[in-house]
Design a binder for this molecule. Structure first.
Ligand code: SAM
Length: 242
């Protein structure tokens, strides 16, 4: 997968070269290109923003510079792009979105700052290829860069070969519609607290049932909305207690 990020702070995206993502890039599983939006400005101050029409506080990112930048970035690779514009007013980014993005050949991210990007940029490119305005949560960040880090990490770990053990992603929270239950490792007793006995029993059926029950219990308590949205056929007879 090819990932392009257009931003006024390319240095903010340095973590894309660290850890799991860095290894995925080294292995050729993802290819990341960072682009400085200011390199498409034409004035001495490299201006990327202007006052909002209609008045009000803050500044809006200018469409001309975004148009030049995105035209050039999109033309720099032949793979079909999906443009992702982080925005608090966008659709919620979820594990289902991450799964859908993991099937794309190319994601191009446009990082807003200030009051965001002139809406005509999204409207213009939406006529040419898929464009999503995406929110990573109901709060407001200073810029889109942190959102891009979140989205890329969630997507990249789903790409074949990125995680050492692909079962990890398959058994994570949200993959079966539930939150994952608690996990334990050695020692058997820590500060007076013992690991649940069933996990040490070697009885795989009992362990699977215990894990399923803890996942259901945790989801019911913390995210009843997820449980309510679970289709009937995803619950078995023993699940009905929840
Ligand atoms: N005026 C905008 C609004 O109220 O919807 C907020 C702009 S915010 C200060 C600046 C930039 O941060 C946005 O253009 C977007 O790129 C990013 N951003 C802020 N919160 C975000 C969120 N929850 N999800 C995704 N991106 C976000």
């Amino acid at each position: 997968m090819r990932i392009d990020v257009v931003t006024i702070f390319p240095g903010y995206l340095a973590p894309l070269r660290e850890s799991l993502l860095g290894r995925a890039a080294d292995a050729g599983l993802i290819e990341v290109a960072l682009h400085d939006l200011r390199s498409w400005t034409h004035d001495v101050h490299q201006t990327v923003d202007d006052a909002p029409y209609g008045g009000g506080p803050g500044m809006v990112m200018r469409p001309q510079v975004w148009g030049e930048a995105l035209d050039a970035v999109i033309a720099s690779d032949s793979r079909p792009p999906r443009l992702v514009v982080p925005a608090p007013a966008g659709r919620s980014f979820t594990q289902a979105t991450a799964r859908a993005y993991a099937t794309e050949q190319r994601l191009v991210f446009a990082c807003g700052r200030y009051e965001g990007i002139d809406q005509r940029v999204v409207d213009h490119y939406s006529r040419q290829f898929p464009v999503d305005e995406v929110s990573i949560g109901d709060y407001v960040l200073v810029g889109g860069e942190a959102a891009v880090l979140v989205i890329v990490e969630a997507v990249a770990r789903l790409l074949p070969g990125v995680l050492g053990n692909p079962r990890s992603a398959a058994e994570d929270s949200f993959s079966d519609g539930l939150l994952e239950g608690p996990a334990y490792t050695r020692p058997e007793v820590w500060r007076g607290q013992a690991v649940p006995e069933v996990l040490r029993s070697g009885n795989h059926g009992a362990i699977a049932r215990w894990r399923r029950d803890r996942a259901l219990e945790r989801t019911a308590k913390r995210r009843p909305d997820l449980l309510a949205a679970l289709p009937e056929d995803r619950l078995d007879a023993a699940d009905q207690a929840f």
